[in-house]
Design a protein. Structure first.
Length: 351
């Protein structure tokens, strides 16, 4: 069974082809075109993103089909999976409209896929063992979710951020430090030269008195950490030492954030008897985060699976993979398929 995936939820235009059966699904092609124009503004401009998708989507999809050896007539494709939520509505609508039109032309089903469910499936394209049951930490620019995944389609929400997502916190702190957008990679690189003892920021929403059942036991918050960094940056600017302090500030911020993520992920895995931890989202490719979580779960035999940088970013491979699973279940969408800025993951239930 072969599925063409389309992703246009934010500022990456992507198409991919996957094929296989069950959990034995391989990536036949993946094309991602990133919109670098947003770097000028220090963040994504929705109208510009939508217009860029309009220009790029057709050639990106054609290239993905070509790379997979699939004719542009669609022969051999069993369905088209497309991100329909959550994301920038204008950007999503470009992908949804194209996928519906192409599916109608080819006479194949179209499936709307939730972007965050796609991130749950992404790591399995790199690591065949990254399949349920597992604990999942999804950390991206727009979302931070801690989930217990008993099976594909059965997701229990354990915790989420109460304010900024982890990726958003990286971007905002990078801007404070005068580092490029997006901020994840620049902060990670700067932090490598930082002294961990120079700026010790408190790990946010983490203290020894927390107990299972407490409202903040799994939840996350990064606004206070961001404010603490802001104050330290202003103090360094007043002293004329920001250039010298930049790596140390980056290290202090990163250490505090990943300490919280690692501890809360380990809590979830331990409490639910999971020995597999699967990471997803753009922040998941942070090497310091991966190593910190490995150390946190190793005492009870935990193993961490992280996606490659290509599959950690927004990409159509993960959308095609999630759509492949749903197609195998007999699911498909109809002509009423629409785009939504916010929508719960299908199968998600609260604790």
């Amino acid at each position: 069974m072969r599925v063409l995936g389309i992703e246009s939820s934010c500022d990456e235009t992507s198409a991919a082809v996957v094929s296989g059966a069950g959990d034995d699904v391989r990536l036949e092609s993946l094309v991602i075109l990133s919109q670098d124009v947003h770097r000028i503004f220090g963040g994504v401009v929705p109208e510009i993103a939508s217009r860029a998708h309009l220009t790029a989507l057709v050639p990106v999809a054609r290239q993905a089909l070509l790379d997979a050896g699939v004719p542009d007539t669609g022969k051999g494709v069993d369905a088209i999976a497309v991100t329909h939520a959550p994301g920038l509505v204008g950007a999503l609508l470009v992908g949804v409209a194209y996928a519906k039109s192409l599916a109608a032309t080819w006479g194949v089903p179209v499936l709307g896929v939730h972007h965050m469910e796609g991130h749950l499936f992404a790591t399995a394209l790199d690591h065949p063992d990254a399949v349920p049951p597992f604990t999942a930490l999804l950390v991206s620019g727009g979302h931070t979710l801690l989930l217990d995944v008993a099976a594909w389609g059965e997701y229990r929400l354990l915790g989420s951020t109460r304010d900024d997502a982890a990726g958003e916190a990286f971007d905002k702190v990078a801007k404070l430090l005068g580092l490029p957008y997006p901020g994840g990679r620049p902060i990670e690189m700067a932090a490598r030269d930082g002294d961990p003892a120079r700026h010790r920021f408190a790990p946010p929403m983490l203290h020894g008195g927390q107990q299972p059942g407490d409202a903040d036991y799994y939840d996350l918050s990064f606004s206070g950490l961001k404010t603490a960094v802001l104050r330290a940056v202003r103090a360094a600017e007043a002293a004329g030492s920001l250039d010298a302090e930049r790596p140390h500030l980056a290290r202090g911020f990163q250490d505090a954030l990943i300490t919280t993520l690692a501890e809360k992920t380990a809590r979830a895995a331990r409490a639910h008897g999971r020995t597999k931890v699967v990471l997803g989202g753009g922040v998941a490719c942070n090497g310091a985060l991966q190593e910190r979580i490995r150390r946190a779960v190793s005492p009870f035999g935990g193993v961490v699976f992280a996606p490659s940088p290509t599959l950690a970013t927004d990409n159509a491979g993960m959308i095609a993979r999630a759509g492949h699973w749903r197609l195998a279940r007999g699911e498909h969408s109809d002509a009423s398929l629409n785009a939504y800025a916010s929508l719960p993951i299908p199968g998600l239930r609260a604790t």
